[in-house]
Design a protein around this ligand. Structure first.
Ligand code: ADP
Length: 163
């Protein structure tokens, strides 16, 4: 069984890592697919997001990190996978995840979306919340894998030095 876990991962949080670790146990091979969305401004470049995901999943032998742009279903065909993994936090995710799952099935009939319910402690955690806290100098290390947190601290330090 080959599955794909798509997302922006801008940046990857403990919540994302939890979903990756748990889904890696359910499938033979998992591709974490970083969306290169040219319409959305991101904090990290796609290359940075891919590199960080590679670092934090280096202990998982059946996990591969890739990037993609365009339609997810086209990427699924290329990857020879029909299983999409998504994380589900709260009712806030419900509308969006349902819509995505229905549209993706409409576009590619064989595709199945599996929603993994987040661990309780990560149910409030999102990349946008982390970015908001980090922007105002708050400590985000508790929300992020160490490699991601160190990278962000460095990135913010460098941009402050430039100003
Ligand atoms: P997108 O921009 O596609 O929503 P994200 O990178 O924000 O991508 O998230 C990718 C997937 O991971 C989504 O299914 C999202 O619901 C899920 N996710 C994000 N944060 C968490 C978390 N704290 N716990 C569980 N799932 C999460």
């Amino acid at each position: 069984m080959r599955a794909v876990y798509p997302g922006s991962f801008d940046p990857a949080t403990n919540g994302h890592l939890d979903i990756i670790e748990r889904s890696a146990k359910l499938v033979d091979h998992l591709v974490v697919a970083v969306l290169n969305n040219i319409n959305k401004t991101s904090l990290l470049t796609v290359e940075e997001r891919v590199e960080l995901l590679k670092k934090i999943t280096s202990h998982l032998s059946n996990v591969e990190i890739k990037s993609f742009s365009g339609l997810l279903v086209d990427f699924m065909v290329k990857e020879k996978s029909t299983i999409i993994i998504r994380g589900f936090r709260a009712m806030l995710d419900y509308e969006y995840e349902m819509q995505m799952a229905q549209v993706n099935r409409q576009l590619y009939e064989e595709v199945e979306t599996i929603l993994l319910v987040t661990k309780y402690e990560y149910s409030y955690l999102s990349s946008s919340m982390v970015k908001e806290v980090a922007k105002f100098g708050g400590d985000v290390s508790q929300f992020l894998p160490k490699e991601v947190s160190d990278f962000l601290i460095n990135k913010f330090k460098k941009s402050e030095e430039k100003q």
